[in-house]
Design a protein around this ligand. Structure first.
Ligand code: HEC
Length: 175
């Protein structure tokens, strides 16, 4: 992990918006969903829907979700956003999870979610803390929604101007 990310990750938590979402996920880390049988599929999808809602995923990965107070139709959830997040790490865009997960098996997703370290402000550490059952439920819910939308804009390195709106983070204080 680059010093950049190590320094920038606490910033994301400081955004507050994340802090509450992560706390909820931590609180739930001990719970499990039912085993992966066809009969438990509906419950699993419902659990995935719940995670998208309270885990903060919609806040960043669904256009207009936070500004509208969560009033976005479910068919438009998690398609990624053209609103960039800019800081010392460059400019990042919340990916289109509908497309990304449609190309990833459930097992691959569990492996990726348990190990990936994305750039800020993505709270990748919250994915590491999610139970395997919750990760599987999230995957099932997103697959249930099906692929939709366009890929999010590509990452831009520091110093490269963004071609659209961005949320700009200040540089972290020097210690
Ligand atoms: C504060 C905003 C924010 C929140 C909250 C958030 N994300 Fe993200 N997410 C991002 C950004 C920005 C990126 C792009 C990071 C990068 O470019 O490295 C990203 C990237 C990702 C990726 C990689 C996408 C790809 O293209 O491969 C996955 C998977 C992901 N997020 C899942 C989630 C899930 C699941 C949740 C809810 C538990 C969540 N995110 C919550 C902002 C957020």
């Amino acid at each position: 992990m680059s010093p950049f990310l190590r320094r920038a990750a606490p910033l994301a938590v400081a955004a507050g918006l994340l802090a509450s979402a992560t706390a909820v996920l931590h609180a739930q880390a001990g719970t499990t969903t039912k085993p992966a049988t066809a009969a438990s599929d509906a419950a699993s999808i419902e659990r995935g829907r719940y995670i998208a809602r309270i885990g903060g995923c919609n806040d960043c990965h669904t256009p207009g979700y936070a500004p509208s107070g969560g009033k976005v139709d479910e068919k438009d959830w998690l398609v990624g956003d053209r609103l960039g997040w800019q800081g010392p790490w460059g400019t990042t865009y919340p990916g289109n999870l509908r497309l990304v997960l449609s190309k990833m098996s459930e097992d691959d997703w569990v492996r990726v979610a348990k190990s990936a370290q994305y750039r800020p402000p993505m709270p990748w550490f919250a994915l590491h803390d999610m139970t395997e059952a919750d990760l599987r439920a999230f995957h099932r819910f997103v697959r249930h929604l099906g692929p939709a939308g366009e890929p999010a804009p590509a990452y831009l390195p520091p110093g490269q101007a963004a071609n659209g709106p961005v949320i700009a983070f200040p540089s972290p204080p020097k210690h």
